[in-house]
Design a protein around this ligand. Structure first.
Ligand SMILES: [Zn+2]
Length: 151
């Protein structure tokens, strides 16, 4: 377990669990999945369930495991959902989050920008070309909020 230096936090990285809308899971299940992959438990700092409720993952003082190359300078927030079953049962990205999740995401990120001045919300897909996660563009969502919300 490595510590996260709060002065180095530049990004608030939004993820999705890559689950379908009927999967009502939370931090406990994600913790089990990540352990099964051989990781040190849940890689995110926060999980936002389908009902908009926040669950804690790693402590904010601990480095996350959620975004290759940026874990030492970011906080990881995971929205449950973000996938649909396509042809042959294959999961494909879908922005299918609930109104409660969008509201919680905004409040949580606003709180984090106060805790980590200068840190900006981004999507996992803004930091790598290899991922569609969180199945939407964070910058486009921010544009739908009252101007100045994140500046
Ligand atoms: Zn991700």
């Amino acid at each position: 377990m490595a510590w996260l230096d709060p002065s180095k936090v530049k990004y608030l990285v939004v993820h999705c669990a890559d689950t379908t809308v009927n999967m009502d899971i939370g931090a406990k299940e994600i913790n089990e999945w990540h352990k099964a992959r051989g990781w040190d438990g849940i890689g995110y700092h926060y999980v936002i369930r389908r009902n908009g409720k926040i669950e804690n993952g790693r402590a904010l003082t601990v480095r996350g495991a959620h975004v290759e190359g940026y874990n030492g300078q970011s906080i990881g927030v995971c929205l449950v959902g973000g996938a649909k079953k396509g042809a042959g049962g294959k999961l494909t990205p879908e922005s299918n989050f609930t109104p409660e999740q969008w509201a919680t995401l905004k409040d949580l990120l606003l709180g984090l920008t106060k805790k980590f001045p200068g840190a900006v919300p981004v999507g996992h897909n803004d930091l790598t070309d290899k991922k569609a996660c969180p199945s939407f563009k964070v910058a486009d969502w921010i544009k739908t909020l009252p101007s100045g919300t994140f500046s």
